[in-house]
Design a protein around this ligand. Structure first.
Ligand SMILES: [Zn+2]
Length: 603
């Protein structure tokens, strides 16, 4: 992944031949392309990064430089070029001609092999793990949203010099240090794009896991026992390592943003950025959820950063990169985040089974699960999962939650087929060895299924076709039985339901969404309708309860406003179709069942 491209190698070889074949002084030897970024932030309160990029040695008389449209790991075209302004190019004192040839490409005309510099500013005021942000307190960036690359030399190595704002003493990045203060090197643009930076006065914590130094850059106010936090993170990282059993790291960085609200992360090759509510650590559930996020993002260093579908690297930064397998890359990472925390003792076996029951409940009660397959959900992530509308619940299923369940089914079936000798870990080990280490590429859909078949000595073609690439419900009764467990379900509520969700976040009581085939769906209540009266009374804590459920068959009269006009709607409560799924141990499990259970839980 960090190898230089053939283009660069050819240029390097040509330069060497020219240098060797000509008498000294006859003609200047062809130069090898060079690339050096300087990142400045002289006025952080204005939310701008300033980027200067020195380029040289390109053989053509023009160079196209590009800003990615997306950040790997977050499957949405975000158009980072929209935040670029003041693009200029110079060679010495000479201003060069620049033409913007499409939304994210600038064509710079320059003398052949000349050294030239491009400069531009990036407005950075979106604090998320996928974007860039700078204010008077700190700066954060994703490489793909700030740094441009020469289109024909994406694999060219570069030097990166950071000039922090006045008074800022820390730069935290997984990039390797080079000679000079705050100076780093990137082996390719892929590495630069995959290396976030936190710049400011963040607190640094450290620990060693799997024989590798790990750093934790903590931005923002938070309150917890750092020694305990670091010890628990180490425990989670070491348990995650046992899944594949091979450590590709020589360093690793966690960047943690402690904010008013948070709860997400983005994985990178040698790092991750986590966004956490600053009070998260204060409750047991919150603390465990943080360790769940740590496990999820850390497991990504294997699953998706190295064990990956063919479409997910090397990346095309110009457009969507399509795969049918985000249920592997994200869903099974979610599956393993819970597995790892159970194996590490962060959560108990009972808590794990409770979470799995909740995951089944969530998937089974989502109408979209009967419309969209996990494979379709993956492929259309760019236009659906990342861009949900009010009808998403009816038409989509999350490849996270569905992939979590697919992982459960496969893991238990492999353990059963091998009499408790193998499990899903062995599939990931095989994929790591075969595709990441030996072939140096990602795997195809068929190759993933073949890897499962190799480990289990049994094929699951029908399961993949019906329940992964199709929408047939996953049979958990049989599967959990292999481990001496049973899945039961009860009505989520005996009350009737209107089949609609409501929201009052804007100060108005609005219909948030209408559930497929429910009372509101059948009657004609619409998402975005504003509820003015409930059974003749204005919305209040008391009257709003009526909307949440009531006796089956009872009527609710609503007056709603739509498009500026009022209308009356009479709804009749229908039985609530949702079920609550619970996993219980069977009495007197057999020795075979106990062996499958032990293997499944990594014991
Ligand atoms: Zn993830």
């Amino acid at each position: 992944m960090l190898k230089k491209s053939p283009v660069v190698l050819r240029l390097a070889a040509a330069a060497a031949l020219l240098a060797a074949g000509r008498p000294a002084g006859a003609r200047p030897a062809a130069t090898v392309p060079t690339l050096r970024y300087t990142l400045a932030m002289p006025a952080p309160q204005s939310h701008y990064f300033e980027v200067k990029t020195d380029l040289g040695g390109f053989l053509a008389d023009y160079t196209d430089v590009k800003m990615p449209v997306w950040a790997p790991g977050s499957y949405l075209v975000r158009e980072y070029a929209k935040n670029v302004e003041g693009f200029e190019a110079r060679s010495g004192s000479q201003r060069l001609a620049v033409e913007k040839i499409n939304k994210n490409t600038w064509r710079v005309r320059h003398p052949k092999q000349a050294n030239f510099q491009i400069s531009y500013r990036v407005y950075a005021f979106e604090l998320s793990v996928r974007t860039s942000f700078i204010d008077g307190d700190h700066g954060y960036l994703n490489g793909s949203s700030v740094f441009m690359y020469p289109a024909d030399n994406k694999m060219l190595g570069s030097t990166v010099v950071v000039q922090p704002a006045a008074g800022w003493a820390q730069v935290s990045t997984p990039l390797r240090p080079a000679t000079g203060k705050f100076t780093y090197k990137a082996a390719s643009y892929d590495e630069l794009a995959d290396s976030p930076m936190e710049i400011g006065n963040q607190k640094m914590l450290e620990f060693t896991a799997n024989g590798t130094p790990h750093q934790v850059a903590m931005y923002g106010t938070y309150s917890t026992d750092d020694a305990k936090l670091v010890a628990d993170m180490k425990r989670v990282c070491e348990e995650a390592h046992r899944v594949v059993g091979q450590n590709p790291l020589d360093h690793y960085l966690f960047i943690v943003h402690n904010l008013e609200r948070g709860g997400g992360g983005l994985e990178h090759l040698y790092s991750t950025t986590l966004e956490v509510g600053r009070t998260t650590y204060g409750t047991e559930a919150g603390y465990k959820s943080f360790l769940g996020l740590v496990a999820h993002e850390y497991f990504h260093l294997w699953n998706v950063k190295r064990i990956r579908p063919v479409a997910l690297g090397p990346f095309n930064y110009d457009q969507e990169n399509y795969t049918h397998m985000l249920w592997v890359s994200e869903g099974m990472t979610e599956y393993y985040s819970k597995q790892i925390n159970e194996r590490a003792g962060v959560i108990s076996k009972e808590e794990y089974l409770g979470k799995l029951g909740n995951a089944i409940t969530e998937v089974e009660n989502t109408p979209g699960n009967r419309i969209q397959s996990a494979a379709e959900s993956s492929f259309d992530a760019w236009i659906k999962y990342y861009r949900p509308n009010e009808n998403a619940i009816n038409t989509q299923i999350s490849y996270y939650s569905k992939g979590d369940l697919i992982g459960t089914w496969l893991d238990l079936n492999i353990a059963e087929a091998t009499k408790g000798e193998k499990h899903l870990d062995d599939v990931f080990q095989l994929l790591y060895d075969t595709y990441y280490k030996k072939a140096g590429r990602g795997f195809t859909d068929q190759e993933f299924q073949d890897a499962v078949a190799t480990v289990a000595s049994r094929r699951y073609d029908d399961f993949f076709q019906n329940s992964v690439y199709g929408t047939k419900p996953i049979d958990f009764n049989t599967t959990l039985g292999y481990a001496g467990l049973a899945l039961t379900n009860t009505p989520l509520s005996t009350d009737g339901t209107l089949g609609a969700n409501f929201s009052n976040r804007t100060g108005k009581l609005l219909v948030a969404n209408v559930i497929r085939d429910g009372a509101a769906w059948n009657t004609g209540l619409s998402a975005t309708d504003e509820v003015l009266f409930i059974n003749g009374a204005a919305p209040s804590d008391e009257t709003v309860k009526t909307l949440l459920g009531g006796p089956v068959g009872s009527e609710v009269k609503l007056q709603v406003r739509r498009d500026g006009l009022t209308r009356d709607v009479v709804l009749k409560m229908l039985p609530n179709p949702d079920r609550k799924y619970t996993i219980q141990p069977l009495p007197n499990p057999t020795a075979a069942q106990q062996k499958v259970l032990a293997k499944w839980l990594g014991k």
